[in-house]
Design a protein around this ligand. Structure first.
Ligand SMILES: [Ca+2]
Ligand SMILES: [Ca+2]
Length: 221
């Protein structure tokens, strides 16, 4: 048996794999267009459902919410096959992350596009000590485990209501997802499943706000 043939077969397979990989990676981004962006600085709530504005730390934001759906409707999208959705949100006060007790948690936040849920996670604003820590799932999906405030872009703001006078109880995140989409219009919805049975005033106990939303239409070919 001529064993020298084997390397040739292996080399041929490697070459084939390389060629296939090369062609699989030749998709190119043909167009990318911001079709909607709103940081609420001009008080514009066009297209919003359940939109309401308030000022937090000198920044006009939509909020604040506790287990009520909000949505933004965007029409007249240019031809595209992907949407990139970026949501900047503020997590206020006493979110309990993955806490499984059914009294304080879990505290889930989620969003979807049209009728499909895209991302569901949890957030925790709880101090994380050696002996006691309520973990969160973000930046991964619920029920993954990460330390409180992992992936945050700002953590040094006070709470809003229950902990309104206490520093480091509002946490800002920028969540960005790319989804397959080609319809000329879309509805992006956001909501929570917060558990706050230990509080007489759940909205004050834990809530969230939307600070900015940006939607880009992409064409990948
Ligand atoms: Ca809480
Ligand atoms: Ca809770």
């Amino acid at each position: 048996m001529d064993c020298n043939k084997w390397p040739k077969v292996v080399n041929a397979l490697l070459l084939l794999t390389t060629v296939v990989s090369f062609f699989a990676c030749t998709e190119t981004l043909e167009s990318e267009k911001v079709v909607y962006t709103n940081n609420f600085s001009d008080l514009n709530l066009e297209g919003f459902e359940n939109g309401k504005l308030f000022i937090f730390q000198n920044d006009t934001v939509a909020g604040y919410y506790h287990n009520e759906e909000i949505a933004v409707n965007i029409t007249g999208l240019p031809s595209h096959n992907l949407l990139k959705i970026t949501l900047e949100i503020l997590i206020h006060d006493t979110w309990d992350g993955n806490s499984p007790d059914g009294v304080g948690g879990p505290d889930q936040w989620f969003f979807g596009v049209d009728n499909e849920e895209i991302f569901r996670t949890t957030f925790s604003n709880t101090p994380c000590e050696f002996t006691y820590c309520l973990y969160q799932s973000y930046p991964e999906t619920y029920t993954k485990t990460n330390r409180p405030k992992t992936g945050a872009i700002q953590t040094n703001m006070p709470g809003l209501c229950l902990f309104g006078a206490i520093p480091n109880y509002t946490t800002r995140y920028s969540i960005s997802k790319i989804v397959e989409h080609s319809n000329p219009s879309t509805r992006i919805y956001m909501n929570t499943d917060l558990v706050s049975k230990n509080s007489p005033d759940p909205l004050c106990d834990e809530s969230w706000s939307l600070a900015e939303v940006t939607v880009e239409a992409l064409t990948l070919k």
